[in-house]
Each structure stands twice: as C-alpha cells, then as structure tokens.
Write a protein of this length. Structure first.
Lengths: 351, 548
C-alpha cells in the first residue's frame, strides 16, 4: 500500500529564535475564509465609528476681545500668528502655539471691516467704518512708544473689503467701487466700476497675481485684471454672493459663498456654468477659505455650522457645530493640516 | 507569434494589428535593408532585447482555469446604461480590482507548501481492509503517534470536540469526566469531574474556555478547570454548536428551545421555541452559520436567530433523523435516519442527490475539511470518500473501536479522526482528511501566545452581528432592487403617474403646410421600435405601452 499522512515539520512553521519574526503561511482559499461580505461590512462600520470617536477637532478658544470678532487675517510668513479685528475697532495679534494674545491695539473707532497682512509680513492694513485705511507695523511698539499707524489714508466712502497683492506694494479695497491703491499714494491709482454701487468683498488671485475678483450687491461676481482699465468679466447668479476665495493651487478656479445656501466653484475661463456646486448648508453661506493645499476648503454659514468640503465633492466631508451664535469669518492656516479659526461672538475658536 | 511553443503559429493575416504587420515588415527589411537590421528588429511591445530575439513566451504566465474558478467571486453586475458615468466608472474599477485580486490568489495557489495525504491500496488490496496499526507502522513516528487509544471505561461514553486550530482536544464523559488535552504533545491541560451527567462539551473561540452542557444548566469553564459561569437560563441543553465568526453558542435543549448565547458579551441573543419536541440532532452550516436540527419525524429544519420560525423545513427520512452533517462550502448536507438510509442533499437548492442504504444505520456523522465522510454504526467507524460526486459502493476506511460510539469529530488540519466511545477515546489516522495548508492569520495551529492575543482582538473587532445570519451570506453585496422598486411604487401612487416612464413620442406639427400625413408617419416610424428595445435601466418598473 502507498500511504502518506499529513505531517508538518514544526521547524517550518515556528520561528527559530525570538529575534526573528513569526512565520505566517497564507492560504487564500475562499472556503477557509467564509463570511467575506459580512466581515468586510463590519470592518467598514467599525472604521467609520472609530474615526468619529477619535475626531476631536476643537483645540482652543482664544478669548480676550470685548466685542464680537468681525474679521481675521493670516500672517503671510509666520505659521503661528493670527490677527483678529473686532466690532469695537480693536485688533489683537495672537500667538497660536501658546494660545495667547501678544499685542492689542485700538485700530478704528467703529467696526474693523477688513484686515490683511502685507506679503512681506512686516506690516498689515486695516479698514474701518470711519472710512480710513491704516497701515500698522507687525512688531509691537517699544517701551515708551505710542501705538501709531505707519500710514493713514482717508477715503471718501465707507470701505467694506480689503486685500493685498501677493508680490507688489499694491492693495485693493471695495466699497462703492473697487479701488486699486499704491501704498505710497493717498488716492487710488485705478477704480473699476460696472454699474453696481456696492461691493462686499474683493480678493486677489494668489497664483495669477494680477487678477482680482469681487462680489457685488447685484448678485454678480466681477473679475478684473489690474493691468486693464475696465473689468474683465461678470457672472450674475440667482442670489447674492457673500465672499469668494481663489484656489491657491489652481490659477483660474475660485469658489464663492452664496446666499442660496450653496457654494459654487467656477473656472474663470468658463463662467457660464460652475465646475461644482457644493450643497450641504441649511442657511446662507457667509465665508469661505481654501486650505493651502488647494484640495479642501472650509465654509461658514449663518446656520452656526462650519463645513469642510473637498474641492471636487458636491457634499461636505465633515461638519462642526458651534454652540454660540457666530458671524463666521473662517480662515485656514498654512500648515498641512487645516487649522480653522472661527471668530465667535466673544472669541476665536481654533479647530 | 503563438503564445506557447507547442501551439501552431497563427495565420498572420488574422493576427492582431500590432503583431500582424510586423513579420511582413521584417521580411522586407531583411531583404532590402540588411545593414539596418539590428536597429529595426526591436519588438514592438516595448521590451527591448539587445540580442534582437523574440520572447517565445510573451505576456504573463497563463493561470489555469480551474484555479481561477476556485477563486471566482460574484458575477459582474449589469451596469447602468446612460448618464450614470461616475457610478459606471466606480463599478468598473472595483470589478477590475477584484479580478486582479482573484488572479493573484490563483497564482499564489501554486506556492502552497504542503500536499494532502492519500492512501492507495495495492492491486488486490482494498483500502478498507487496511488496519490502523498497519498505517501507523508504515508512516513516520510523528504521524504514527497520532493513532492512540485512551482507555477511560469508568465515566461513560465520551463526547469530544477539537478546537478550531486542531491542537486541543476536549473530552466529556457522560458521567461527568471532562478533560482538555493538547493531543499532539499529549499534555494534559485540565481534568475535572463535574459530578453531574454531561450531555455535550464544546470549545469556545480559543483553547482557554469551553462550555459543558450538564444535566440541568450550561456551565462555562476555563482551560485550567475553573468554573467561570453557570448560566441558568440555558437549561436541559442536549447539543451545542459554536459559530466562530459570530461568537455565538447555539444550544438545543430537551424542551425544544434553540437558544443563542453571545460569548463575547455574555448576552442571550435569541431564544426560539421550535415547538418540535426534544432536540437531539444538531449541526451548523459553516458557510452561512445556519443551524440544522434533525427531528424524530424525519424532517430537518434550518434556523437563524432572526426568525421565530424555521427558515426551511425539509422532509429527509421516513423515520427519525439520527445525524446531520454539512460540508464547509455549504453545498451538501448528509443526513442519516432510522430508516437505515444515508442521504446526500444539495442544501442550496434543497434537492436530494443520492441515497445509500446502510444495513445498521449511522448514529453519528462527521465531515472532514477535504470532503471525507465518517459514519459510525455501533462500534464500527466507516469513512467514505467523495460521497456526493460519484456513487460510493464501499468505504474508504473502516475501524472497530472498543465500545459504543458516542461522538465523532475530524481534527481540523490533520489527517486524524477522533472517536469517543463507551470505553474512552480513540484517535485514528485517515489519510487525506485534513486541509494541508492553513492560513496563518485565521486558524494557526502553530501560533504563539502573542499571535493568539492579536488574533483574538481582531476577531472580536470583526465579530459579525447575528442580524446578518441569512441563508445567502452574500446578500449584503447585492444591489437592493426591491427597496428601489418599493419606493418607486409608492411614488407612483403618491404622484398618480410614473415619473420615470418615457413620454409618448408626439411628432411636432410643423406649420405652413410642412407637416403632411406621410411626413408625420415617417417621423413616427423612426422611433417605432424603441418600445421593443432593451434600452431601459430598470425594466421591471416601466410599463410597456402598445405601439400605435
């Protein structure tokens, strides 16, 4: 007779010394691994639940403002500095690593409508309800010195938005028209109008630095080229846009936050149709900012939530609720992981 | 060029556009441009060989078809036709990834280290006449040591269970003797007498805990013999089955109750009153975790913890059912009854396949991992090979033990059959019974304590909820058409019309006399056959309108 009984040599299956790794022979036969579908389903369900368990987005709350916070500005060179402007004209500079306020200054008499840090990082601009544009030094004043702006420009009308060029000493404001200012002059070097009398925000394109976009009160978005004398293009939507933000990685894409609870991503070359409509908010979207990677953006809305969207997804990937009522102006820091700072009624929250 | 050297070269005109033109060009180049031969004779498929020769075996090695069939999963699903481009893309990509994984697994099959055992008799010798002692003498010492007898005549006939890895053996005598042994090294882990009669013993998920169905209640012991739990809600338990991927212990009681206990959290998941009397015959289907119960009226019923009634009731025998066994792929069920018959059923289609007559009937049945069936009659064990594919005339092996057989169990990854009888326990050699290649991440007989701990944590995380126990375990992977159709029907009722139905084509009436009767008819004819075309995505929900 011919006989063979299954006998395994333990030397082939057990490791020789405890410094080796364990031997794991594999057999992918499906009959040895039943319930594939159910086990995979259970694994996916557990992964989703654990992801939510470990998601603890709230980092810190930066308290100190006496009145509601109206606007935020990112420092262009430092990752750990943040500026916030409040409704009583106070501007605070925060150190994010220590969650402390480094400097406080009284910038304006009324609201601080907009703030932006110059590209070199040495000074920043603020605009207020008192029709002034002030430029301040980034360093705190020395002992005995008074807090004085570097430059003050008096305008004729109230300004509602401010943004600075990425490379040149030029900034843009919007109010009744979009003005381009040179830092050395006290009158705008160019003004753009297109039949609208009120603009809510203006943004420079971070990649194609000569381009600008602004949101007007006649439900339109107007695009400008600084080198031209007239605006470039206009797209009129169903409802008014509150803010727009350019994608820092794609030169021609921008996303606008609309009153009709949606966000629209447009390609500026084809304004007839948005590339993507991002729907998830249940109330007007007030502000939007892109992550420096250009893959995601964060939006804040009147329904007290902040949502993070991926740039080519129609729906948000995560949502954060705030307990207090917030006028959100949300920004993302320059780090790879998105840090959000949201001005709430009395402070700034970091996520 | 042909794919393999033994194949005839294909007709050049029929060959693919890449390779078909090449040989002709080559011939021309050889005759006309003899000097530039080296540079131009590079093969077109991108692989540049310096010598200029062609690869006689181009492309990846072919995978044998039977291996691909073994790893085949679901069929490709019908993809949506128009407009759902993204969904179609997602489905196509996932199917491609699945096919790639199946091919890789089929290729890896070649690398498995061990081969299965076999027993072949000489020309005049019958394999069923070969005794265990002969086999034990003929094989090596380690395998020979796997044939042994334990003489335990004091404590009654023995029930046995092997752990999932096959290393540990649990023996339970009727008069209360429980022993757990590492049977390969003959090391005794624990030995106790529970001072009560025992109906059944079962290992739980590892070799550290086992359940004993004692006279009144269900007890759980540690592998050191310490009593961990006494579960009073499980009373008069006669038989137990452990569902390893659900961590459920299914128990059948003498009062007709089928109860499920989740051993990871210690909760009773379901208590089903089967209303069919004393439940003495039980087995599980390892493919879909459905419990099969055999009844004295000849029926076999299939149960899941989600329903109060049986999933399926099958009439199998004319007398009572004595034993049931299901194979590991969940395709075949073998039952033996009081009418001295042993029947093979296809348990997916619920059809009888074969019927054998055994002169004394089989009291216990057990199926091995490779499809060997062992049937116990009195004190004789007979092992049959290939019961479902070819009609079997004689057993593969036979062995006579000392006492009346009470329990029969194949050891998972070994060629060993454990027999519990009135005089103790016998372990007999059955070449070809065990699966030669185990998966180290699932049930590893050579795992260390650390590996066992890691495996336990992962198994607990992947524990399947009892709600997913159904007759078809891949039901979750199907597209849920019934819910869509139900919702569509509700919408049609609510709206009053079918929003997905295509509107009747009415040709536009052109002004200024350009719409003549013949022209209108011509335009209607262009869309005449669309009704009969299979162009709709959801055929069942559309109503076919008659063509005018």
């Amino acid at each position: 007779m011919k006989v063979k009984v299954l006998s395994r040599n333990p030397d082939d299956y057990i490791r020789e010394t405890k410094h080796d790794i364990q031997r794991v022979p594999r057999n992918y036969d499906p009959s040895l691994h039943p319930f594939e579908v159910s086990r995979e389903y259970t694994r996916a369900l557990n992964a989703t639940k654990l992801e939510r368990v470990f998601a603890k987005p709230f980092l810190a709350s930066l308290d100190g403002h006496r009145d509601g916070v109206n606007c935020l500005a990112k420092h262009t060179r430092s990752l750990s500095t943040l500026l916030s402007g409040s409704c009583d004209g106070e501007v605070k500079v925060w150190d994010l690593t220590k969650h402390e306020c480094v400097r406080t200054l009284q910038a304006h008499g009324g609201f601080v409508r907009g703030m932006v840090v110059r590209y070199c990082g040495n000074s920043f601009f603020t605009i207020g309800d008192d029709k002034t544009i002030k430029q301040w030094k980034m360093e705190a004043p020395g002992y005995g010195e008074e807090e004085e702006p570097l430059n003050t420009i008096l305008g004729k009308t109230v300004f509602t938005g401010l943004d600075h060029h990425q490379k040149k000493g030029v900034f843009a404001t919007c109010g009744q028209q979009v003005d381009i200012w040179d830092e050395q002059r006290s009158t705008p070097i160019r003004s753009f109008t297109w039949g609208v009398d009120s603009f809510s925000s203006v943004r420079f394109n971070p990649v194609e630095t000569e381009l600008l976009g602004s949101c007007a009160s006649d439900r339109s978005i107007v695009l400008y080229d600084m080198r031209e004398s007239t605006p470039l293009k206009k797209v009129i939507m169903t409802m008014r846009t509150n803010t727009l933000c350019w994608n820092p990685m794609e030169a021609y894409c921008f996303t606008c936050a609309n009153e009709d609870y949606n966000l629209y991503t447009y390609d500026m070359r084809h304004l007839e149709k948005p590339i993507k409509v991002h729907m998830d908010h249940v109330s007007a979207v007030l502000d939007i900012d892109y992550s420096p990677t250009g893959q995601e953006f964060v939006s804040a809305s009147f329904d007290k939530t902040i949502r993070i969207f991926s740039k080519d997804d129609g729906h948000s990937r995560s949502v954060m609720n705030s307990l207090c009522f917030s006028f959100p102006t949300s920004h993302s820091a320059k780090r790879a992981r998105t840090d959000l700072k949201v001005p709430a009624s009395q402070g700034v929250y970091c996520f | 060029p042909p794919a393999r050297y033994w194949q005839e070269p294909q007709d050049r005109a029929i060959g693919g556009n890449k390779d078909g033109g090449r040989p002709e060009q080559q011939e021309k180049q050889r005759t006309h441009k003899a000097k530039k031969r080296k540079r131009d004779e590079q093969p077109r498929d991108g692989k540049k060989v310096i010598s200029g020769k062609f690869d006689p075996f181009p492309g990846p090695a072919p995978v044998p078809k039977d291996k691909l069939q073994k790893f085949k999963r679901q069929d490709k699903i019908q993809k949506p036709r128009r407009q759902h481009y993204r969904l179609k893309d997602i489905i196509t990509r996932s199917e491609e990834a699945s096919e790639m994984a199946q091919k890789q697994a089929a290729r890896f099959d070649l690398l498995l280290p061990e081969d299965a055992g076999f027993l072949e008799g000489d020309e005049d010798e019958d394999t069923c006449m070969i005794s265990q002692e002969d086999i034990a003498d003929a094989v090596d010492i380690t395998s020979g040591a796997k044939y042994f007898n334990l003489k335990l005549s004091q404590f009654g006939p023995y029930r046995l269970d092997y752990s999932r890895t096959g290393r540990h053996l649990l023996l339970g005598g009727r008069r209360g003797h429980v022993a757990c042994v590492d049977w390969q090294s003959k090391q005794l882990m624990c030995e106790i007498n529970v001072m009560e009669s025992i109906n059944d013993v079962k290992w739980l998920h590892t070799e550290h805990m086992y359940a004993v169905a004692q006279k009144k209640w269900l007890y759980i012991y540690d592998s050191n013999g310490i009593e961990l739990h006494c579960i009073r809600t499980f009373n008069d338990v006669l038989r137990m089955q452990f569902l390893p991927y659900h961590f459920l212990l299914a128990t059948a009681s003498a009062t007709g109750f089928l109860q499920y206990l989740d051993v990871s959290v210690g909760k009773e998941v379901a208590a089903i009153s089967t209303k069919t009397g004393r439940l003495d015959v039980m087995c599980q289907n390892p493919h879909n975790a459905v419990v099969h119960l055999g009844h004295p009226n000849g029926t076999v019923t299939l149960w899941s913890p989600n329903q109060k009634e049986a999933l399926v009731k099958m009439l199998c025998h004319q007398g009572g059912v004595r034993s049931v066994a299901v194979d590991k792929t969940g395709t075949y069920m073998i039952t033996s009854g009081m009418d001295k018959k042993m029947k093979v059923f296809d348990v997916r289609a619920f059809k009888p396949l074969r019927s054998y007559f055994l002169p004394a009937g089989a009291s216990c049945l057990s199926l091995s991992q490779r499809g060997l069936l062992s049937a116990a009659t009195g004190d004789i064990v007979q092992v049959y090979r290939d019961v479902w594919s070819t009609p079997v005339t004689k057993p593969y092996m036979a062995h006579r033990v000392r006492g009346l057989i009470w329990g029969l169990h194949f050891c998972p990854f070994e060629d060993v059959l454990g027999v519990g009888h009135g005089e103790g326990f016998t372990s007999m050699l059955v070449p070809g019974a065990g699966e030669p290649n185990f998966d180290g991440l699932d049930a590893n007989p050579y795992r260390s304590a650390k590996q066992r701990q890691e495996w336990e944590v992962k198994a607990l995380l992947e524990k399947i909820q009892p709600e997913l126990i159904t007759l078809d375990p891949t039901e979750l992977a199907q597209v849920d058409r019934t819910t869509f159709e139900q919702r569509h029907r509700d919408r049609v009722e609510a709206l009053g019309f079918d929003p997905l139905a295509k509107e009747r084509f009415v040709p536009k009436f052109k002004k200024k006399g350009r719409s003549s009767a013949g022209g209108v008819e011509r335009r209607k004819k262009q869309v005449a056959h669309e009704d009969q075309r299979v162009s709709s995505y959801f055929q069942g929900s559309r109503q076919r309108r008659p063509l005018r």
